[in-house]
Design a protein around this ligand. Structure first.
Ligand code: PEP
Ligand code: MN
Length: 339
């Protein structure tokens, strides 16, 4: 339920209402806007009659049910957009767009340092690179594992850029958290509820990638798992869904951007690399994503895509990435945003 306080409610009235909600056994999510305070009462819906009576309390304007199954992720509970601090002065969810770039997988010291330097010089804000790779075939390159984390840490240090990598299982959350600024949960694990619960207990920002056949509501329920664990720093990433179309690796669902922005206060970014599977489609779809209102992008960049151990065909060369960044600056300024 949502308990909306009146514009002129006093601090005592607000505090008192909060105490009553808690005394009913609900978790209180507080949202302080410029004009009023809104409480989200999160818990068992069966006790909602008790909450309805709060309308009689001084300072309360109205008590209304939260209609969506995702309570904490919903715009109803928190109308203002969520801004997330990713460290080293990098944020997402405000006027400034977040550009994450880097190779699909960390392959060597030289490779990750080369990419880190190139993307930083072109204006990217965060370095990506998989250390533990979710590959369709057990015979494909599985990532450098812990050595990959060390190399990411090295690139972070050398170029002063925050880093993100995928966490595939509960056992590696702790070691990965020692090296990176943001934990990525990949498309294949987006409904691994145990993993979501565990990343929800950490204090690291979490990037959730939409699954190959995840509806928007299911995607928001995955976010709800992390939020309900106590971690409010969740970023959503549209990365394409599986359809009948085979011309592209996935079908990049850009309509998910305005839909998600309407339904949730969480930042939304787009990955046109996995979304299309072909380097030549990345630039146009990156432009379209920003024009559609995305808060940022995740782009695969490799110094030599033809030698990449994974996802070479969809990786941009550093020079192509630089050119794309120039175009993005023009799109961003046309819609009142910055890179
Ligand atoms: C990735 O970003 O490295 C990745 C594997 O993407 P996804 O989970 O979206 O397939
Ligand atoms: Mn990849």
């Amino acid at each position: 339920m949502i308990i909306s306080m009146k514009k002129g409610a006093t601090a005592e009235q607000i505090e008192h209402v909060k105490e009553i909600i808690e005394s009913f056994g609900y978790r209180v999510h507080e949202s302080r806007g410029t004009e009023r305070v809104i409480f989200g009462a999160i818990g068992d819906e069966r006790g909602k009659e008790k909450l309805t009576c709060l309308e009689a309390q001084p300072g309360v304007e109205k008590v209304i049910p939260i209609l969506t199954p995702y309570k904490l992720a919903s715009r109803e509970t928190k109308p203002e957009p969520t801004k997330i601090d990713l460290g080293m002065g990098v944020t997402v969810g405000n006027k400034q767009l977040l550009i994450i770039a880097g190779p699909c997988a960390v392959e060597s010291r030289e490779q990750i340092l080369d990419v880190a330097q190139a993307i930083k010089e072109s204006g990217a804000h965060m370095l990506r690179g998989g250390a533990f790779k979710p590959r369709t075939s057990p015979y494909s390159f599985q990532g450098l594992q812990n050595d990959g984390l060390v190399l990411l840490g090295m690139a972070k240090e050398q170029y002063g850029i925050p880093v993100i990598t995928e966490v595939m299982d509960i056992a590696s959350i702790e070691i990965i958290s020692d090296y990176v600024d943001c934990l990525q949960v990949g498309a294949r694990n987006i409904q691994n509820f145990q993993l979501l619960k565990e990343v929800g207990k950490t204090k690291k920002p979490v990037l959730l990638k939409r699954g190959l056949s995840t509806t928007i509501e299911e995607f928001l329920m995955s976010a709800e798992y992390v939020l309900s664990g106590g971690n409010s720093q969740v970023i959503l990433c549209e990365r394409g869904i599986r359809t009948f179309e085979t011309a592209t690796r996935n079908t990049l669902d850009l309509s998910a951007v305005p839909v998600l922005k309407e339904k949730t206060h969480l930042p939304v970014i787009v990955d046109p690399s996995h979304g299309t599977g072909h380097a030549r489609y990345v630039e146009p779809m990156a432009y379209a994503a920003i024009a559609a209102g995305a808060d940022g992008l995740m782009i695969e960049v490799h110094p030599k895509p033809e030698e990449a151990l994974s996802d070479g065909p969809q990786s941009l060369r550093p020079a192509e990435f630089r050119k794309m960044m120039e175009g993005l600056k023009r799109i961003a300024s046309a819609i009142g945003r910055e890179i």
